[in-house]
Design a protein around this ligand. Structure first.
Ligand SMILES: NC(=O)c1ccc[n+]([C@@H]2O[C@H](COP(=O)([O-])OP(=O)(O)OC[C@H]3O[C@@H](n4cnc5c(N)ncnc54)[C@H](OP(=O)(O)O)[C@@H]3O)[C@@H](O)[C@H]2O)c1
Length: 236
């Protein structure tokens, strides 16, 4: 198989934002490696699916190794797999803590390590991770300590990696959404969630996809956290 086409590895690609990102990269002539626990094999020869828990260090390594074996390169990694558990601080269970940290932090760390290793050999690459504006703009209406602990770590680590690899052709960015209409949010919560944004609505999946694609095509942008949150970051 030729290796002239770019390759994007996208975690959490079975539904929601990740599935839309996979489609968007395919439309832009990328080959796509789609990772999630429940993802099914694809008939599309430009798509390789990797079924696994992203919190397991072996899953990230396997995704990158198989991307290289099948498509010969890794140009972009989108760390999109993530979970959100909104519980008052003292009520988080040890299991919830372990699950959130495993998915959001291990799930960022190990696949990014494998991807950057490959990108460094190529001399180019882009890592973009999906965080949340709750990190910078918590609200009393949504308890979110575990989101801040885990996604806040990812946001900070993205800046650190951007600096560590700035001279080696690898950019590292983050997209920080407000609340986006995905299967994560039952329809009967939409009115309440819309009111948490200065613009008075939830975001759409395409708003996040557009931000990732902007960063993809912005060679002078690294270490950036791009907020896609209907103005939440400006204050409310
Ligand atoms: N929707 C929002 O309002 C919002 C706001 C801010 C940030 N975000 C962030 O945006 C990202 C995508 O959110 P979304 O709304 O599209 O979520 P979603 O609809 O719940 O989809 C989450 C995806 O992650 C995968 N996933 C979950 N746990 C995994 C694990 N342990 N290993 C591998 N894959 C796993 C799921 O697939 P499987 O079940 O098949 O594993 C699914 O494909 C997340 O990081 C989320 O925190 C979302």
């Amino acid at each position: 198989m030729s290796t002239d086409r770019k390759v994007a590895v996208i975690t959490g690609a079975s539904q929601g934002i990740g599935a839309a990102l996979a489609d968007a990269y395919l439309e832009r002539n990328y080959r796509v490696v789609a990772v999630s626990r429940s993802i099914q094999p694809s008939n599309n020869p430009d798509v390789l699916t990797i079924a696994g828990d992203i919190g397991d260090p072996a899953t990230g390594r396997r995704a990158i190794d198989e991307a290289l074996a099948r498509f010969g390169r890794v140009d972009t990694l989108v760390n999109n797999a993530g979970i959100f558990v909104a519980v008052p601080f003292t009520q988080y269970t040890a299991d919830q803590y372990a699950q959130v940290l495993s998915t959001n932090v291990n799930g960022f760390f190990f696949i990014t390590q494998a991807a950057i290793e490959a990108m460094e050999k190529q001399g180019s690459g882009h890592v973009v991770s999906i965080t949340t504006t709750l990190v910078d703009h918590p609200t009393a209406k949504v308890p979110s300590v575990l989101a801040s602990l885990s996604k806040g770590g990812v946001a900070a680590a993205s800046k650190s990696l951007a600096i560590e690899y700035a001279t080696r052709g690898i950019r590292v960015n983050a997209v920080s959404p407000g609340i986006i209409k995905t299967p994560l949010h039952p329809v009967d919560t939409h009115e309440f969630l819309s009111a948490l944004h200065p613009v008075g609505r939830m975001g759409d999946i395409e708003d996040v996809v557009g931000a990732v694609l902007y960063l993809e095509n912005a060679p002078f942008v690294t270490g950036e956290t791009l907020h896609v949150d209907g103005g939440q970051i400006a204050g409310f």
